[in-house]
Design a protein around this ligand. Structure first.
Ligand code: MLT
Length: 258
């Protein structure tokens, strides 16, 4: 029996803060591409991720915790980093120098750190939507909790505003909750209906390609990543943190995911 108290979709920094205040489960969704890259990297053998808000904090994590460096600014790999934020690049890698990585990204990583205080932080995306829901069911079996799905950058409900990819990712995760009998807010049900209408005519990849961020990634030569990020339930990897927070020597907090 599923015992999540309530399932909410609340975006942007306010969503992360709400999740933190509710002390429940925060599902952080940055479809293009941070929340796709991290589960894929874990599937490929990286065992632990330290997520940092700022580039300098990721670099300090590398020094203090002897990690690899992964992430982006402006969607591009940073100087001295081992990898950027491309799930395709990571998926095609055959071996990694280390099993531990420090990660930072322009938006997703920041909203993850903003959700510190949640009982559990989970990195969710289209690629692991069903697995994320399965994990939440396990976590709430003997322990009812609020679930806040946080599209890390969104213009709000797709019924009112331009479709944004993180809102779509959040809805595809909510849809998986619905499939196992969990009740959703009426506005979320309406958004899912609209998304399903779109999905009759367009593939998820086509929907993502039409977003602003999708267009930016195409311009930068990352079109393959959009196809990758659209693979519904491609992996069962669910990066999770039991509010595991590490304080760096500069007093900044980073979040550890296993
Ligand atoms: C972000 O966190 O803003 C994104 O993951 C950016 C990207 O596509 O690399």
């Amino acid at each position: 029996m599923v015992l999540c108290l309530e399932i909410l979709i609340r975006g942007n920094i306010e969503g992360s803060k709400l999740a933190s205040n509710k002390e429940g489960i925060a599902i952080l969704v940055d479809v293009l591409r941070a929340s796709t890259t991290i589960p894929i990297a874990m599937q490929k053998g990286i065992k632990k991720f330290y997520v940092a808000k700022e580039v300098e904090d990721a670099r300090l994590t590398q020094k203090e915790l002897e990690t690899m460096l992964m992430g982006e600014r402006g969607c591009l790999k940073l100087s001295g980093f081992d990898y950027g934020n491309s799930p395709t690049e990571i998926f095609n890698e055959t071996s990694f120098a280390k099993e531990v990585a420090a990660f930072t990204s322009s938006t997703g990583a920041k909203r993850i750190v903003d959700a510190i205080g949640s009982k559990y932080l989970i990195i969710g995306s289209i690629v692991n939507a069903a697995a994320v829901v399965k994990k939440c069911i396990e976590l709430t079996k003997n322990n009812p909790l609020t679930v806040v799905i946080v599209p890390t950058f969104t213009h709000g409900p797709i019924t009112d505003n331009t479709i944004t990819e993180d809102q779509i990712g959040a809805l595809l995760i909510a849809r998986e909750f619905n499939k196992v009998g969990m009740k959703l807010e009426l506005k979320t049900q309406n958004e899912i209906k609209l998304l399903e209408e779109h999905m009759k005519n367009l593939s998820i990849e086509e929907i993502l390609l039409a977003t602003d961020h999708g267009q930016k990634l195409i311009d930068l030569g990352f079109a393959k990543d959009i196809e990758f990020c659209s693979r519904l339930n491609f992996t069962s990897k669910v990066p999770i943190s039991e509010n595991n927070v590490y304080e760096l020597s500069n007093k900044k907090k980073i979040v550890t995911f296993y």
